[in-house]
Design a protein around this ligand. Structure first.
Ligand code: SF4
Length: 280
C-alpha cells in the first residue's frame, strides 16, 4: 500500500488551478492556431488573432485567460493500492482550490446555496469525480469550467428507435442552440449511453481528451469527424459572428446502456477549454 499525504494533494490542486487558468494545454493552443489559419471569414480570422494575443498575454503576464475562471472540476483516478493519510481527501482538494483561487487572483464564482446565492468567497467547493483504478498512482485532471458554455449543455433521453441519426441531430441541435452564448470556437463533449447521470459525466470528461485525439472505436471516430464537419458548416463561427470555425473538436465517450434507452449528453466548452492532467 502506497501512502500519500493529503498535503501533497492540496499543493498539487492549488498549482493546477492556477496553471489551468493562465495557460491552455498544448493541444488547445495548437487547435486555436490551426483554426486561425483555416478560418475563411475575415472577421472570424480577426477574432481568432485576438484570442491568440489574449492567450499570449495571459501566459507571459501570468493572468487568467478569461474573467470567468470557472467552477473547479476534477477527475481523480485513484489507484486501489493508494492510502491517503493526514486528513480528508475531499477537504484537501477544497483547500487546494481555495489557495489556488486566492493566491492566483482568480475570480471566485461559486455560490454556497443555489437559491440563496451567497458567494462562498474562495471558489469552493470543487466538483470531484472519483474512479478507483488498479495500481498505486493517482491521476488528477483539473478542468475549471466556465458557465457561459456550461449553461448551453444538454441531456437528451432518446429512445432506442431514434438511433444514430437521432443522436447526431440532438448534438447538432445543442450546438445550434448554444450559438454565440457558448463563446465559440467550442469543444463539444458528448456522452452516449449509460444512465442519465453517467452520460453527463462522460460528456464532461470527453472535454478533457486532447483535441485531435479520436475515439478508439471506429464507428465513434467516424461520428466525431462527421459531426465536426457538419458543425463547422453551421456558420456560427468564432465569437458567434459568422465563419467556418464553430468547433475545434467533437469528443465522444460511450458506455453500455439499458435496452429501453439511449441517453445522450452534450457538454459544450468555450474556446477556453482548460484541462491539466498530472500523475502522482
Ligand atoms: S464561457 Fe468560457 S470564454 Fe465564455 S466567459 Fe465563460 S470561461 Fe470565458
Amino acid at each position: 500500500m502506497r501512502e500519500i499525504d493529503v498535503k501533497q494533494i492540496t499543493e498539487t490542486v492549488k498549482n493546477m488551478c492556477i496553471d489551468a487558468n493562465y495557460e491552455l494545454s498544448e493541444d488547445m493552443k495548437k487547435a486555436l492556431l490551426d483554426a486561425r489559419d483555416k478560418e475563411e471569414s475575415e472577421l472570424g480570422k480577426k477574432i481568432l488573432c485576438q484570442l491568440q494575443e489574449n492567450l499570449e498575454i495571459a501566459a507571459s503576464d501570468r493572468i487568467p485567460i478569461c474573467q470567468d475562471t470557472g467552477m473547479a472540476v476534477f477527475f481523480f483516478k485513484v489507484g486501489q493500492d493508494v492510502h491517503f493519510v493526514g486528513g480528508s481527501l475531499q477537504d484537501a482538494i477544497n483547500e487546494g482550490v481555495k489557495l489556488g483561487y486566492t493566491e492566483g487572483y482568480l475570480r471566485k464564482s461559486v455560490v454556497g446555496d443555489p437559491l440563496i446565492r451567497k458567494n462562498t468567497g474562495d471558489n469552493t467547493p470543487a466538483v470531484v469525480h472519483y474512479e478507483i483504478v488498479p495500481g498505486d498512482k493517482v491521476q488528477i485532471t483539473c478542468a475549471p469550467k466556465g458557465f457561459g458554455s456550461e449553461n448551453m449543455s444538454r441531456v437528451f433521453m432518446l429512445k432506442p428507435a431514434d438511433g444514430e441519426e437521432g443522436v447526431k441531430n440532438a448534438i447538432i441541435q445543442a450546438v445550434k442552440d448554444a450559438g454565440p452564448n457558448a463563446c465559440p470556437p467550442m469543444t463539444v463533449g458528448v456522452g452516449i449511453g449509460g444512465t442519465f447521470e453517467k452520460c453527463a459525466e462522460m460528456s464532461k470528461e470527453a472535454l478533457t481528451r486532447p483535441v485531435g485525439q479520436h475515439s478508439e472505436l471506429e464507428h465513434i471516430r467516424a461520428m466525431e469527424e462527421e459531426l465536426l464537419t457538419r458543425i463547422n458548416k453551421l456558420g456560427i463561427g468564432p465569437a458567434g459572428l459568422g465563419g467556418r470555425i464553430t468547433a475545434l473538436a467533437v469528443n465522444i465517450n460511450t458506455y453500455p446502456t439499458h435496452i429501453a434507452g439511449l441517453p445522450v449528453a452534450v457538454n459544450i466548452c468555450c474556446h477556453v477549454n482548460r484541462h491539466v492532467t498530472i500523475t502522482l
